[in-house]
Ligand binder design. Structure first.
Ligand code: HSE
Length: 450
């Protein structure tokens, strides 16, 4: 007896049937596209077994056909500069979008979804900016939209939130989701390099792009935070909802000060559920900023360009995911995983679990969120200065957890660590300190993790 699934029907989403080829279109042939095409060739027999049908590449769209036409991965394949024509072809079932950018891929993906194609994309900027629109289009067409590769490449964090923790209540997600900035901060800590030297090394080794803005200013991590928060909290969170501060102002002195207090500076993406005294969720927040992490925390030892994501859920407890968050092969692995899922559904029928923003929690502005500050100042070394400055914190209702002072000549380095307080109150006190007669300079302000 054959099952309903084997016959190719599953509710409203019938399948093509076992053995029927699944046609795919690949848009883009950069590092990831090249690796996807190579692995599709190398793994084709295994993929066929896993899907119960062969995958057939109907075409590869590139911006410059001449440039790519001799590449080994496209031999025997239809190579075209006309992505629009390719995504709507009748024999294409799944579109794999690996172009990058936002506006052009958005148009192509919407066109593909509208034409009934499932879409697999690695494009975090696109999903973080227009995820809702794409999800609505996928729902309207009854097709799949997959984007595991958009967050931390092969680390299966999107699927984990989408499927594995679908029955749990995620409380907090914190992680290192950008390899370039982790490489830079780790190089500064382990070699004593300045930010500029570490960035130059990251560029030389190919981690940082020629224009590293998206990485070092935290934009890449903020896109990923938006996706993680959306999935984890069943709420639509976009790139614009994420507070974002990069690592360009982190100095060797900050790194040294962190070491002295047994901490490490990491660029963390933090997505959290805010809960009131009665245990009710009042909102959610997503943010990216340099963060002091205690050395005993598992995220502190994540070195080089590795990524790690720490998830806290009510029933599951604490989970950690670690690995390569970028690169051609790890990203291609995530794309192929999505492709197998989308292809199975095309063959057997059914759809993957889609985003479900039913909870619709308010995204709380960053100023309302509770954080902790580590403030490093140079102050006049005079009687009463320390008492006067700490009184300012008390007047603002901010409790201090540590104060450390090192005198050198007429000046003192004062390090103040606060307890948790509202971000906007902490920000206001730093403004006050900056204008205070006895404060010669506020050298750095770095948040602590919780
Ligand atoms: N540029 C990113 C990183 C990889 O350095 O982690 C792509 O998101």
């Amino acid at each position: 007896m054959t099952s309903a699934s084997a016959e190719g029907f599953n509710g409203n989403y019938p399948g093509k049937g076992i053995g029927t080829p699944v046609g795919i279109a690949v848009l883009g042939k950069g590092t990831v596209g090249t690796e996807v095409l190579r692995l599709l060739g190398e793994f084709s027999d295994n993929l066929e077994q896993r899907i119960s049908s062969p995958i057939e590449v109907r075409g590869v769209a590139v911006s410059d056909v001449e440039k790519h036409k001799d590449a080994p991965e496209v031999q025997g394949l239809y190579l075209t500069g006309d992505a629009r024509e390719l995504v709507t072809r009748d024999d294409v079932d799944i579109v794999v979008e690996l172009i990058g950018g936002i506006d052009y891929p958005r148009e192509l993906v919407l066109e593909a979804l509208g034409a009934g194609k499932s879409v697999v994309t690695a494009n975090k900027a696109l999903v973080a900016a227009h995820g809702s629109e794409l999800a609505d289009a996928a729902n309207a067409a009854g097709v799949d939209l997959y984007y595991e590769a958009a967050v931390a490449a092969a680390i299966p964090v999107v699927g984990m939130l989408r499927r594995s923790l679908a029955g749990d209540q995620v409380q907090r997600i914190s992680g290192i989701v950008n390899g370039t900035t982790n490489f830079i901060l780790d190089a500064m800590a382990s070699t004593g390099a300045s930010y500029e030297e570490a960035l130059a090394e990251a560029t030389r080794l190919g981690y940082a792009e020629a224009d590293p803005t998206a990485d070092v200013e935290g934009h890449d991590a903020a896109s990923k935070a938006a996706i993680l928060a959306s999935m984890g909290f069943h709420t639509r969170v976009t790139f614009d909802d994420v507070y974002c501060e990069g690592i360009t102002h982190v100095t060797s002195d900050d790194i040294e000060a962190a070491k002295q207090s047994d901490q490490t500076i990491k660029l963390l993406a933090i997505c959290e559920r805010l809960i009131d005294a009665e245990g009710n969720t009042t909102g959610i927040n997503a943010r990216v900023h340099p963060t002091l992490v205690p050395n005993e925390h598992p995220l502190a030892s994540v070195d080089k360009s590795y990524n790690a994501i720490f998830v806290e859920a009510e029933a599951a407890g604490r989970l950690m995911f670690y690995g390569n968050g970028a690169g051609g092969a790890p990203t291609a692995s995530a794309v192929l995983g999505d492709l197998v899922g989308a292809a199975r559904n095309k063959v057997h029928g059914g759809r993957a679990p889609a985003e479900n923003p039913y909870a619709d929690y308010p995204v709380v502005p960053f100023g309302e969120v509770t954080t902790r500050y580590h403030i490093n100042m140079t102050v006049n070394d005079r009687v009463g200065v320390l008492a006067n400055l700490t009184k300012r914190f008390a007047a603002a209702g901010i409790s201090l957890s540590a104060v450390r002072q090192e005198v050198s000549g007429d000046e003192a380095h004062l390090i103040v660590v606060t307890h948790a307080a509202r971000e906007q109150d902490l920000h206001a006190i730093v403004d006050q300190l900056t204008g205070h007669d006895d404060v010669l300079s506020v050298n750095s302000v770095i948040r602590l993790d919780a």
